[in-house]
Design a protein around this ligand. Structure first.
Ligand code: ZN
Length: 503
C-alpha cells in the first residue's frame, strides 16, 4: 500500500493535539474527584472551561474541514475497516457535530450544567424537587436546542441517543426495553416472594482489608495495576484514562456493606480493561476511545456480573476472602455466599440495585424522558410520574425525592438519553460473553482456577482493539456474527434466577 498523502498526516497531527487536550482535561477531572482540596474548586472549574473551549476551537478549525474535503478520494480508495478510512470517517462525524453547535449554545450548555448542579445539590439538601425544577427545565430546553442544531429534521431524542449510541434510535431502544420489561416484571414479582439471606454481606468489614481485597480482585481479572493503572478512592466510583498505558479507576469503601467496594471495583476495572486494551495504533488517535457508552458498559457489566457474580468465580475467590475475613465468613459456605451476592430485591436506589431490577430503574428513566420529549408529560409532573412508575414496576414508592427523582446527578447536566447505555450494556455483555464461550467452551471452568486470560484476550481482540472504528451495532455483528438481540440476556437472567431461587 502506498503511504498516506501529506494531508492525512497533517490531519492526524491536528487530531492528536485534540486528544492531548482531552487527556489533560481528564487528569484535571480525575484529580478534582480524588485528591484536590475543596479550596481548589473554583480555579479548577476555570481551568476545565478553558481546556474545553480550546478543544472546541481546535475541533472546529476550518483547516480540519478542508483536509477532510481533500481526503475524500483517498478515503474512498481504502477498505472501510482500515485504520486510515475509519480515522477520516470518525473525524468527519466529530467535526460536523462540533460545527453545528453554535458557540453561544456551547456556553449556554456549560452555564445550564453549572446551574443545574447547584440547584440539584440544593434540592437534595431541602429534599424538594421544586427547587431543582427551574434548572431542569432550562437543561431540557438547552439539550433540546442542541439536538435540533445537530439534526434539524430528526426527532430530538433520536439525535441524543445517536450521539451517545451511534446508530440507535429511540424506538429501537424502546423496543429492546419493552422486551426486557415483559420478561423481567413477572420474574421480579416471583422472586420477591422468596427470601435469600445476604446478612454475610452486611457485617463489619474493615476498610483497609477491603481495600486490599479489591486490589487483589481487580488484578486477578487482568486489570494491570503494576505498570499501567491504579485505583484510588472517590465518592462516586469512575474510570478515566490519560492513555492506554495510564488508566485510573476509583472505588468507595463502606465498612458495613461488602458489595459496595467489591462490585464497584470490578465494574470500574471492567471499564479499565477496555481502556488498557486500546492498542498502540489507537494511542493519540481520535479512534482511541470506547465505541459508545453502551459498549463501555458492556465491559464493566461483564466483569462485575457475568464473572464477579458467577459461581465459578467464587469457587476461586472465596478461599482468599475467607483468609482475609475469617470471622465474617465463619460458617458461611461458598454456595451461601454465591446466593447472597445474587439476591434480587426491588429497591429505590439505582446504583445499589441488583443485576435484575437494575434494568427497571433505567427503563423508568427512559420512559420519563420519552414522555417529556413527546410532550405527554410536563417536567413539573416528573416527580409524580416517577413515583407512580416505581410503584407500578417495583412495588415501592420513595418516601422523599432524595430517595427518588433527585438520586442521580445525570439530569443536572442535561436531559435526554442520559441512562440508556447502562441497560444496553447489560444486553450486549451477555451476547459478547456467549460468543467468547463459543471459542472457549471451558471458559467458566477456567474461572474456577482463577484464569481469566482467555476471556480478556477475546474482548481485547474483538472489542477493545477496534476503539471507535465501528459503530456499536457493526462492532457487535463483527464480534459475535449476530445482530444485537435481547434473547441471550433474557436466557441468562432466567437461568441465573432459577439457579439462585427455587422457581
Ligand atoms: Zn459503568
Amino acid at each position: 500500500m502506498s503511504s498516506p498523502p501529506q494531508q492525512y498526516c497533517r490531519l492526524t497531527e491536528l487530531l492528536g493535539e485534540i486528544v492531548d487536550l482531552n487527556n489533560l482535561a481528564a487528569i484535571a477531572y480525575w484529580d478534582r474527584q480524588t485528591y484536590m482540596p475543596s479550596g481548589g474548586a473554583s480555579a479548577r472549574k476555570q481551568q476545565l472551561t478553558t481546556l474545553s473551549s480550546l478543544t472546541h476551537k481546535k475541533m472546529t478549525d476550518p483547516t480540519i474541514g478542508e483536509l477532510l474535503e481533500q481526503l475524500t478520494d483517498y478515503e474512498d480508495s481504502l477498505p472501510y475497516d482500515s485504520h486510515e478510512a475509519a480515522t477520516i470517517r470518525v473525524a468527519r462525524r466529530d467535526y460536523r457535530q462540533a460545527k453545528r453547535i453554535p458557540p453561544e449554545l456551547v456556553a449556554q450548555r456549560s452555564e445550564a450544567s453549572a446551574e443545574g448542579l447547584q440547584a440539584w445539590l440544593q434540592a437534595r439538601e431541602e429534599a424538594d424537587f421544586s427547587v431543582f425544577l427551574p434548572a431542569l427545565r432550562r437543561n431540557y430546553d438547552v439539550t433540546r436546542r442542541i439536538a435540533q442544531a445537530l439534526k434539524p429534521d430528526w426527532d430530538p431524542l433520536d439525535t441524543l441517543i445517536d450521539r451517545r449510541e451511534p446508530g440507535f434510535t429511540a424506538s429501537e431502544v424502546g423496543d429492546i426495553f419493552s422486551q426486557l420489561k415483559e420478561e423481567l416484571l413477572p420474574l421480579i414479582d416471583a422472586v420477591s416472594q422468596q427470601a435469600v439471606d445476604d446478612s454475610v454481606l452486611h457485617q463489619h468489614y474493615p476498610e483497609q482489608l477491603q481495600w486490599e481485597n479489591t486490589l487483589d480482585a481487580v488484578s486477578s481479572i487482568g486489570f494491570d495495576l503494576e505498570q499501567r493503572g491504579r485505583q484510588d478512592r472517590s465518592v462516586h466510583p469512575f474510570t478515566t484514562s490519560f492513555s492506554p498505558d495510564d488508566v485510573r479507576i476509583t472505588t468507595r469503601v463502606r465498612e458495613n456493606d461488602f458489595s459496595a467496594a467489591f462490585f464497584a471495583s470490578l465494574h470500574e476495572a471492567g471499564h479499565g480493561t477496555y481502556e488498557q486494551g486500546l492498542t498502540d495504533e489507537l494511542c493519540r488517535s481520535i479512534l482511541g476511545q470506547g465505541a459508545s457508552g453502551g459498549m463501555h458498559e458492556s465491559q464493566s457489566r461483564l466483569w462485575e456480573n457475568l464473572v464477579g457474580r458467577s459461581r465459578q468465580f467464587w469457587h476461586f475467590f472465596y478461599p482468599r476472602l475467607q483468609k482475609r475475613f475469617s470471622s465474617q465468613t465463619d460458617g458461611v459456605s461458598v454456595e451461601d455466599f454465591y446466593r447472597a451476592v445474587n439476591r434480587v430485591q426491588p429497591s429505590l436506589i439505582r446504583v445499589e440495585a441488583d443485576e435484575v431490577t437494575y434494568n427497571l430503574h433505567i427503563i423508568i428513566r427512559f420512559e420519563l424522558e420519552n414522555a417529556v420529549y413527546s410532550g405527554e408529560l410536563s417536567p413539573a409532573d416528573l416527580e409524580a410520574a416517577w413515583n407512580d412508575k416505581y410503584s407500578d414496576y417495583l412495588g415501592i414508592t420513595p418516601s422523599d425525592p432524595v430517595q427518588g427523582i433527585l438520586q442521580d446527578i445525570h439530569w443536572s447536566g442535561g436531559f435526554g438519553a442520559s441512562f440508556v447505555s447502562y441497560t444496553l450494556g447489560n444486553v450486549i455483555s451477555v451476547q459478547l460473553f456467549e460468543a467468547a464461550q463459543r471459542e472457549y467452551p471451558d471458559l467458566l471452568q477456567q474461572f474456577e482456577r482463577g484464569d481469566f486470560c482467555s476471556l480478556l484476550k477475546w474482548m481485547q481482540t474483538n472489542v477493545h482493539a477496534h476503539g471507535r472504528k465501528f459503530k456499536p451495532k457493526e462492532l457487535i455483528r463483527r464480534a459475535t456474527g449476530q445482530d444485537l438481540s435481547t434473547v441471550p440476556y433474557l436466557n441468562y437472567i432466567r437461568s441465573k434466577i432459577s439457579d439462585v431461587y427455587d422457581l
